[in-house]
Design a protein around this ligand. Structure first.
Ligand SMILES: [Zn+2]
Length: 308
């Protein structure tokens, strides 16, 4: 594992409402990290600085652009002396960020962009990307599995990043998270600790909630009975974006069966669209509806939603 401490360059774009509103994150420090790629193969960090420094006709930005040569923060991210500011990197009307983290990504998260493709050496850029994410996780005590989310996960109907650029380099999102963990473990950079003169306070140990796994047969039932038919219907209807949404939903259900947490929006979608109607239908027809309730509670547990 690469133990390099990469330098972070800071060259900020001008304050302007459509790119850098100049206001602080409402959480103070970044509460989570959104893994993006630029969707612009071959364009490096400098090119994106120039683009966003003069952009006037649309609202968009991100905090940091990482290529094979540099890590360039173009909006203060809170890694240095200046407090983290807002950037416009996830469209406001998606609700996945609010459901999962309690905030709009633009108000509470860093947008971390991987530059890729063209003449950009993937391995060198990826190494810096992993390192930067690991630095942020250590600095703000974030858990890579819980607090790094891709733009695609937040906005699956519209966005493919950063999974598309990782695939370009032969990597998956799961591998990215594993590499960030390894970089955190291997890292030799030191962070300022608590003042040594302060008395050591007995800190309550953080409870480590046990992430429940979705039972395999429940996951299989949901995918085969509901999600796959919905996907097929959308494909026949020519709605590829909706079909892709159901692919993602099935992947998340499989993830829950493997012990990953299920996005709350996915849990609610499955219950409202399928399990709840199935429960009422079974009851009305004099069949035992209990299994639908059991499945709904299992999904809620995986999504961290209290049992109903
Ligand atoms: Zn993005």
């Amino acid at each position: 594992m690469d133990e390099t401490n990469y330098p972070i360059e800071r060259r900020y774009v001008a304050v302007r409402s459509n790119t850098r509103p100049g206001t602080r994150l409402i959480t103070g420090c970044p509460a989570f990290l959104v893994a993006h790629d630029t969707g612009n193969p071959g364009a490096g960090a400098d090119a994106h600085f120039r683009y966003f420094d003069t952009l006037r006709d649309r609202t968009a930005s991100a905090h940091v652009f990482i290529d094979d040569k540099r890590i360039l923060e173009i909006i203060p991210a809170g890694t240095g002396d200046q407090a983290a500011e807002k950037a416009w990197h996830v469209i406001r009307n998606v609700t996945t960020d609010n459901e999962r983290f309690g905030y709009d990504a633009n108000d509470a998260a860093l947008g971390v962009e991987l530059c890729y493709g063209g003449g950009i050496d993937f391995k060198a850029a990826y190494g810096r990307y992993v390192w930067y994410l690991s630095f942020c996780c250590r600095k703000w005590e974030l858990d890579p599995s819980a607090h790094i989310v891709t733009h695609r996960q937040l906005d699956p109907m519209r966005k493919q990043d950063c999974e598309q650029s990782l695939a370009w380099g032969g990597k998956s999102f799961a591998e990215l998270i594993a590499d960030v963990r390894k970089a955190m473990a291997a890292s030799s950079f030191s962070l300022p600790g608590p003042p040594t003169s302060a008395p050591a306070l007995p800190l309550p140990s953080k409870p480590q909630p046990q992430q429940p796994k979705l039972r395999q047969e429940i996951g299989d039932f949901l995918i085969v009975s509901y999600i796959q038919p919905a996907r097929r219907f959308m494909l026949l209807a020519g709605d590829k974006a909706a079909a892709a949404h159901y692919e993602r939903l099935a992947a998340n259900v499989r993830g829950a069966a493997a012990g990953l947490s299920l996005p709350k929006s996915n849990c609610q979608e499955i219950i409202y669209n399928w399990l709840s109607p199935a429960w009422y239908k079974a009851k009305a027809e004099g069949r035992d509806p209990a299994k639908y309730h059991v499945m709904a509670e299992a999904l809620r547990a995986c999504a961290g939603i209290p049992a109903s």
